[in-house]
Design a binder for this molecule. Structure first.
Ligand SMILES: NC(=O)c1ccc[n+]([C@@H]2O[C@H](COP(=O)([O-])OP(=O)(O)OC[C@H]3O[C@@H](n4cnc5c(N)ncnc54)[C@H](OP(=O)(O)O)[C@@H]3O)[C@@H](O)[C@H]2O)c1
Length: 249
């Protein structure tokens, strides 16, 4: 009987995805790892194909490609425990100077790609009444005040919104959902180990900020929203509903 959990990680040939795959294999887990380039993935992991790594060539923007990969992971390992939507890309520059195509690519991979994975994986996790979905955002998915990063922020905020909704939809089925916000240029191996730790925690975090910079930036954003709530309170609450009797009924 195999020990460890069965993970599904997207965007695994470099950076955090690669560090996570390596750490998982070292710790005895089984991993289905997706990449646009399986050869690059295999070269980067340097892992012997001993049956614990399933490299999968996937186009995250293509729902059929993603579904085939999730099905293949389930068939190869006999289950699925933890899903990590890690892959992302985004164009940089002032919003009004970014092309429509550049903006959409960030959403295609980071938002619709993640949704393709969620649509394929959630029915399996729900059916087994357990599992964990990690969606990797960024501190810029919590605080969008970053010049030149609008496209990235927009896609990460979208990921954050769908993740919060997913968390409440998944909870009654025993499926845990965590939104991860790394700060700038984190050490991928450390982030990878922290994600594995969070997957093993008794109570999974809904929002996980990684790095002192992310932690401080989140706190400052929360304080500033609290201050604005207080300053504009009277104006905010003076707005009544259209028809109070209908809403109260
Ligand atoms: N690095 C940081 O400082 C930082 C900070 C905050 C948040 N994050 C987030 O953490 C996650 C990992 O970031 P990272 O810096 O380690 O890696 P990354 O270089 O941003 O890319 C992660 C993976 O996404 C996939 N990817 C990139 N462009 C793609 C495209 N056009 N189409 C399909 N897949 C594409 C690639 O996987 P394949 O080549 O294997 O297909 C790549 O390895 C991302 O979600 C990122 O936004 C990173």
């Amino acid at each position: 009987m195999e020990s460890g959990k069965i993970w599904f990680v997207t965007g695994a040939s470099a950076g955090l995805g690669l560090a996570l795959v390596k750490a998982l294999l070292e710790q005895g887990h089984r991993v289905a790892a997706t990449s646009r380039d399986v050869d690059a993935l295999l070269e980067a992991t340097g892992a012997a194909l001993d049956g614990r790594l399933l490299p999968l060539a996937v186009d995250l923007g293509d729902e059929r490609s993603v579904r085939r990969a999730v099905d293949a992971a389930h068939a190869a390992f006999g289950g699925l425990d933890v899903v990590v939507n890690n892959a992302a890309c985004a164009a940089r520059g002032p919003l009004d100077q970014l092309s429509d195509a550049a903006l959409r690519e960030g959403f295609d991979i980071g938002v619709f790609g993640a949704m393709n994975v969620i649509r394929a994986a959630m029915p399996r996790l729900r059916a087994q009444r357990g599992g964990h979905v990690f969606n990797v955002s960024s501190i810029l998915g919590f605080d969008g005040a970053a010049e030149g990063w609008g496209a990235y922020c927009a896609a990460k905020f979208a990921l954050g919104g769908l993740t919060e909704a997913l968390a409440v939809e998944a909870a009654p089925h025993g499926v845990r959902v965590t939104l991860v916000y790394p700060g700038a240029a984190r050490v991928p191996a450390q982030v990878a180990r922290t994600l594995i730790q969070a997957s093993q925690a008794q109570y999974a975090p809904r929002h996980l900020f990684l790095g002192r910079d992310a932690f401080d930036q989140a706190r400052i954003k929360i304080q500033s929203v609290q201050q604005e709530l207080a300053r504009w309170r009277e104006m905010s609450i003076a707005i009544g509903p259209l028809d109070e009797r209908r809403l109260a009924a």
